[in-house]
Ligand binder design. Structure first.
Ligand code: ZN
Length: 241
């Protein structure tokens, strides 16, 4: 049950998914704060998108009155010390022996959720919102619904709280994520996501496509582009019928 009086803390990276989650939280809760993590990502492009995206969202409906503080947490030293992945060093993107892409940063989402819960505890926020998704994702085990449910239990036991971990994108594919954004904030939100969010693993802001900026060929760009095309095709066929 959603209780609008609950406050929410959104894990907000500046990418498409977390921006859609932030819009979702702003549509549901009266007090919404954001947290971003610097974890030694190769490209700071995504983090640079956070402030302009927040500004854009604050101009939609009454969201500006709901959007509260932004928090930055720097865990680059600790996570970086644990080893290299294709997201944190200049390594080519490839599959590992376990069948996982080497963009997987072990423990990353578990750490994010633990830090977020500690922050939510101090800020008196009950809902913790993240863009984890089982449907379109690269099989990251820390994005699975079971993992999130287990984390919710562990955090609530360990902090003696009743946090609710919300993952509005868990069962959506990328086409449905575009559709959700459109339902929440119409064309204004869709164009904000296209123009200001960043998803590309290579940090490319030089090439503009109809779905936004990116290299167009890395796995993150491919997901974003194919989701966009499937969503647009559905919209066009609905308009025709
Ligand atoms: Zn790319």
């Amino acid at each position: 049950m959603q209780q609008p009086d609950d406050g929410a803390l959104v894990l907000f990276s500046g990418g498409q998914d977390s921006t859609t989650c932030l819009a979702w939280a702003l549509a549901h809760y009266r007090r919404v704060e954001t947290v971003g993590f610097a974890y030694g990502q190769r490209h700071a492009v995504e983090l640079d998108c956070r402030a302009p995206v927040r500004e854009g969202l604050a101009a939609i409906a009454d969201w500006g009155t709901r959007l509260g503080a932004d928090h930055d947490i720097d865990i680059a030293g600790s996570l970086g010390a644990l080893g290299e992945t294709a997201l944190t060093s200049d390594t080519a993107i490839a599959m590992t022996e376990e069948g996982l892409p080497n963009t997987f940063v072990p423990g990353r989402n578990l750490l994010f959720l633990t830090y977020a819960a500690a922050l939510a505890y101090r800020r008196g926020l009950r809902r913790i919102v993240g863009g984890m998704c089982e449907t379109d994702f690269s099989g990251y085990p820390d994005c699975r619904d079971d993992t999130i449910k287990a984390m919710q239990l562990a955090l609530n036991l360990g902090m003696s709280r009743r946090f609710v971990l919300e993952t509005p994108l868990m069962w959506l594919d990328k086409a449905a994520t575009w559709q959700l954004a459109h339902g929440l904030g119409g064309d204004t939100l869709v164009s904000l996501i296209v123009e200001r969010t960043h998803t590309c693993y290579l940090g490319d802001r030089a090439h503009r496509h109809e779905w936004g900026y990116g290299c167009g060929t890395c796995p993150a760009c491919e997901l974003r582009a194919s989701g966009w095309q499937r969503w647009r095709a559905k919209v066009v066929s609905r308009e025709r019928s």
